[in-house]
Design a protein around this ligand. Structure first.
Ligand code: Z5A
Ligand code: MG
Length: 243
């Protein structure tokens, strides 16, 4: 082999191995093309600390390199959300079935953007969802639980529901309790019993009577596993398989 040949082959090999090394490194560091984000929902009775824990979970996930965003229902900023806000503040009357449909519509209007974000790999942390919709409406006299589930069928299925439990007396001692519709202890007890009926294997029951820090550490640990296991699972749809 001449010196020229040696130079040519050495250079080609160098290019070949550097390209392989680069593509392997890119695969390791870039999020996989088909990896989706997880849909993590927080539910629970009034003042159980859902909003506090949702914000902390988003911060903790982002800090460890998981892209995560907060979604809150009701979203009081949309046209439908503004009607819901007036209703919750006792500024207007809306018939019980009609307000139930508005809460569900408020979720449906967010489905396209939520689906897009999940598919692009973003984890969504959702502060209240369909289970609140069903629990609060089905606690009213004359509204059947099955009827309440109807408009929620086909919404995105959460990968996990963190259900924060707190007894009604403890909740009543927390900030701002009693300023909105539904914030009465008897009604809260009824909603808690409906929530219990709605639980399945994806629910994780959390005793919300602990400190904010203790709760957020425990939730973060569990959420990391949920994010990993959701990556390659197809998106599911709520209560679609029910007869
Ligand atoms: N509703 C419905 O009917 N149908 C639907 O489809 C949906 C909702 C989605 C408004 O919801 C109402 O809408 C709600 C259900 C109904 N009615 N009720 N009741 P909302 O989500 O907008 O409600 P909110 O005003 O935000 O309250 P909340 O969500 O129940 O609170 P929270 O998020 O669970 O708690 P927090 O804001 O995080 O904390 C409450 C206070 O406790 C605050 O002062 C914190 O600093 C304190 N806190 C939090 N964690 C702790 C711990 N660990 N220890 C001590 N203190 C704590
Ligand atoms: Mg809240």
């Amino acid at each position: 082999m001449t010196w020229r040949h040696f130079q040519y082959h050495g250079f080609t090999k160098l290019i070949y191995f550097s390209t392989r090394l680069l593509s392997q490194k890119t695969l390791l560091t870039m999020p996989g093309m088909n990896e989706r984000g997880a849909l993590i929902v927080f539910e629970g009775c009034d003042k159980s600390g859902k909003s506090t824990q949702c914000s902390l979970l988003v911060e903790n996930l982002n800090r460890c390199g998981v892209q995560a965003e907060l979604v809150k229902f009701p979203d009081r900023t949309t046209e439908i959300g503004k009607m819901i806000d007036r209703y919750l503040q006792n500024a207007c009357f809306i018939e019980d079935h009609a307000i139930h449909l508005l809460f569900a519509a408020n979720r449906w209007e967010h489905m396209p953007s939520m689906t897009k974000r999940l598919k692009s790999g973003v984890t969504l942390v959702v502060d209240r969802y369909s289970f609140s919709g069903v629990a609060y409406s089905a606690s009213k006299p004359g509204i059947e639980l099955e009827w309440c589930r109807g408009p929620e069928k086909g919404l995105l299925q959460p990968d996990c529901v963190f259900y924060l439990t707190l007894n009604a007396q403890e909740a009543a001692m927390r900030g701002d309790y009693g300023t909105e519709r539904y914030e009465q202890q008897d009604f809260q007890k009824k909603t808690a019993s409906v929530f219990e009926n709605l639980q399945d294997d994806s629910w994780k029951v959390i005793d919300a009577g602990k400190s904010v820090e203790e709760l957020s550490a425990k939730i973060f640990e569990q959420a990391k596993d949920i994010v990993s296991s959701a990556k390659h699972r197809p998106l599911g749809y709520l209560w679609k398989e029910d007869p």
